[in-house]
Design a protein around this ligand. Sequence first.
Ligand code: HXC
Length: 257
Amino acid sequence: MAYENILVEKLEGRVGLIRLNRPRALNALSSALVRELMDALRALNADDEVGCIVITGSERVFAAGADIKEMSTATPVEMLAVDLLDWDALRKAKKPVIAAVSGWALGGGCELAMACDMIVASETATFGQPEINLGIIPGAGGTQRLIRAVGKALAMEMILNARNLSAEEAYQFGLVNRVVPAESYLDEALTLAREIAARAPVAVRLAKEAVNKAYEMTLAEGLAYEQRAFFLLFSTEDQREGMQAFMEKRKPEWKGR
Ligand code: HXC
């Protein structure tokens, strides 16, 4: 499929890479870009040759938020129609999605990174929810995901007073998995993606699902959910193979079933 606002590649090691590519607008998330991003996620998610997905921008900017020029005159009904905020293909992705963030991740850009399963940040990454400066609030998960990541105190300051976080702060507060030099942030994210893509696929899928359920369930419900997923894995060939390989002191060969 031909895209105008993103670049999509399949890389060796079962990794799908999506680059946001509107450099002149600092990768602002226009409705066209969001539509393409969701189409690409759907395609990579359905592709058996892909085990893990990486979303990145450029070294200067991950994404500077929703497209302010497009939004400035939009009506609520128009915004509803383009599904600017729903990001269903990302929420429903069965495969792990890693954000590789360098430079600005503001507003919807910060929300996009947080909606991924993990974040690898470059030293230059800056995370923020500056919507208050525009007379609005975050609309794609910022008020909900940020408190779960960094706690209420800091989330309030970021959302009510447009306080940005440096990469190092984001690491200290648990928003990102690691901070690496700008030259290597993408390689680092791709290495992480290849490592995960090489693991037992059904276990990876159920692990991701179970961790995400922790956001939405009580502890008792979450523990029960985890147990069901755990038992289910004992119906896979990969469980037999993984344990047999351990006992035979060799590397397992995963079948994905
Ligand atoms: C549209 C944008 C944009 C945006 C930057 N540009 N951000 N266009 N929407 N979100 C455009 C500028 O207008 C400019 O185009 C060009 O990109 C370069 O930007 P500059 O401002 O000149 O660059 P710089 O001085 O380096 O400042 C970088 C910046 C700043 C700090 C990131 O651009 C900025 O504050 N951007 C807005 C960030 C923001 O408020 N985001 C939240 C958006 S609301 P021209 O044509 O003038 O050269 C949101 C709601 C979430 O995200 C909803 C969920 C999707």
